[in-house]
Ligand binder design. Structure first.
Ligand SMILES: *Cc1c(COP(=O)(O)O)cnc(C)c1O
Length: 355
């Protein structure tokens, strides 16, 4: 049983696709697969007319770095929301590539609110960089509030939606993001290795076309040019694109809202039941994707190891400084209530033995 944040429990229908022999990709047939998959993706992510969606062959961090390389420079000062590991990753990327930046530090127990943003108004930032769901601690930010903030301040809006989209409501058109980053191994429940980036028309025209990307492999301009004919500059993750095609067919068939409702149902089921055990759930806003639990006693890393070694149950350990106290249990992938019943039963037993 796998309750991790990614890779997650895959659906039988995508596993079937994953086992198939791959075709050569520089063909009209494969171009059609890419085009139809892109169109389905844009529908499921509620992309804006004129947006360009591209497929990169890398994990999510590759797409974050590609965004920095393609869109930012030493002349563009950005604002970063940092509430944990993934916010910190934007900070590290900007440091590494000498992008001037300021940071909004979100305290652990608090939700990001307008008050915290206030000191950063009227300061002429080029863009806002955020992870809509700070997966490190399972905190979901108010994307609509951030969208308004960017519009009022005239900033581009760069959102890493990797662990939120298709689990929480996320509509590109409503949020008016200029960059939305997604990767294959989270709520899409596919093999890791494919990142999807949706670029707004204005960002493409005003920034990407004018700026020469310092990077060949990750050039957005080259990807966008190729995407128009259903291709990529280099060999794409052909197999994961086939998985994505299948998965999107299923998501659209069911309806994005219903997929989100189901994930929310699983998360709520687990949350309602886990509080009967000696654990607490933090009071900040949570994503449907994952539930952070804080152990009242005993070491969380130890419980993680027991679940793995004794029961072959994979839960998600937490990054520092929460490693000893916090575990994270996901609700994405092909999980069902019965999986949680089993997990809760075992956790109940093992928590009693834990010192
Ligand atoms: C998983 C995740 C990423 C990507 O991490 P990779 O290990 O590069 O796939 C980026 N941002 C967030 C918010 C994530 O949850």
């Amino acid at each position: 049983m796998i309750f991790t944040i990614g890779p997650v429990l895959m659906h039988d229908y995508t596993k079937e696709v994953a086992g198939m022999q791959l075709p050569y990709f520089r063909t009209a047939q494969f171009s059609e697969v890419v085009k139809s998959t892109t169109a389905m993706y844009n529908a499921a992510a509620f992309a804006t007319e004129g947006d360009e969606t591209i497929f990169l062959t890398c994990s999510g961090t590759g797409a974050m770095e590609a965004t920095v390389l393609n869109c930012l420079s030493q002349d563009t000062k950005v604002l970063i929301i940092n509430g944990g590991t993934f916010g910190e990753r934007w900070v590290e990327l900007c440091k590494l590539h000498s992008i001037p930046h300021d940071v909004v530090s979100v305290p652990f127990e608090k939700d990001l609110d307008e008050e915290m943003l206030k000191p950063f108004r009227k300061r002429g930032y080029f863009a806002l960089l955020v992870n809509i769901h700070e997966t490190g601690i399972g905190k979901l930010y108010d994307a609509k509030m951030l969208s308004r903030f960017c519009a009022e301040e005239g900033m581009y809006f760069f959102a890493d939606a990797i662990s939120s989209i298709f689990a929480d409501e996320y509509k590109i058109k409503e949020l008016k993001t200029d960059i939305t980053i997604v990767s294959s191994q989270k709520a899409l429940a596919l093999t890791p290795g494919l990142a999807v980036v949706t670029v707004s028309e204005r960002l493409y025209n005003e920034v990407i076309l004018k700026k020469k990307s310092p990077d060949m492999y990750f050039s957005f301009a080259a990807h966008i040019t190729e995407a128009k004919r259903g291709q990529t500059p280099f060999t794409p993750a052909v197999g994961i694109i086939f998985q994505l095609q299948k998965r999107l067919e299923k998501i659209l068939e069911k309806g994005v809202e219903n997929v989100i409702k189901e994930t929310n149902g699983l998360a709520s089921y687990f949350r309602q039941n886990v509080v009967r055990l000696p654990v607490e759930i933090p009071s900040y806003t949570l994503s449907n994707c994952i539930t952070p639990i804080l152990l009242q006693k005993g070491n969380a890393k130890r419980l993680f190891e027991i679940l793995l070694d004794k029961y072959d149950i994979h839960v998600t350990p937490s990054p520092q400084p929460h490693t000893d106290k916090m575990l994270r249990i996901s609700s994405i992938g092909a999980l069902e209530k019965k999986h949680y019943d089993k997990l809760l039963e075992i956790m109940d037993k093992e928590l009693k033995n834990l010192i």
